[in-house]
Design a protein around this ligand. Structure first.
Ligand code: FES
Ligand code: FES
Length: 158
């Protein structure tokens, strides 16, 4: 069946079963590989995208459930004012190690800073707790979120 969804500001029509996860539509049909597959069961956050600005697990979101919501992926974050700040902070503090989880981390962090521009540690914990990093970059992720928010933070690259 054909579904027309809005991805990064463009209408895209895809011919897939309605229960196809949005993640596979993005990666395999639309060839947008920035959004990653980790667990497939909403447990790791690697597949995080935004639906109307809300962080959403694409691996458990059927394409039929997207409807008229605006889908935003990591590929659009350079055109997003908050996403730009987050990515700049990520680069300044050399956050990634293997990098596999980082698209999802950036999407979760950007959603957090849009709704809470000056987050507390508790806000960061709550927003980021579902995004796992096997390389244990959590300290740098926290620092980069604070850097993007203009809050004081220690340089964590040592
Ligand atoms: S791949 Fe979606 S939460 Fe892990
Ligand atoms: S940087 Fe390797 S899993 Fe997070």
């Amino acid at each position: 069946m054909a579904y027309t969804i809005k991805v990064n500001g463009k209408s895209r029509t895809v011919d897939v079963d309605g229960d196809t996860p949005l993640l596979w539509v993005l990666r395999d049909v639309l060839d947008m590989k920035g959004t990653k597959f980790g667990c497939g069961i909403s447990q790791c956050g690697a597949c995080t995208v935004h639906l109307d600005g809300a962080p959403t697990r694409a691996c458990v979101t059927p394409v039929s459930a997207v409807g008229s919501a605006q889908v935003s992926t990591i590929e659009s974050m350079q055109a997003d004012p908050v996403g730009q700040k987050v990515q700049a902070a990520w680069m300044e503090l050399d956050v990634p190690q293997c990098g596999y989880c980082q698209a999802g981390q950036i999407m979760a962090a950007t959603a957090l800073l849009r709704r809470t521009p000056q987050p507390t540690d508790a806000d960061i914990d709550q927003a980021m707790s579902g995004n796992l990093c096997r390389c244990n970059t959590y300290t740098r992720i926290r620092a980069a979120i604070k850097r993007a928010a203009g809050l004081p933070t220690a340089d964590t690259r040592a």
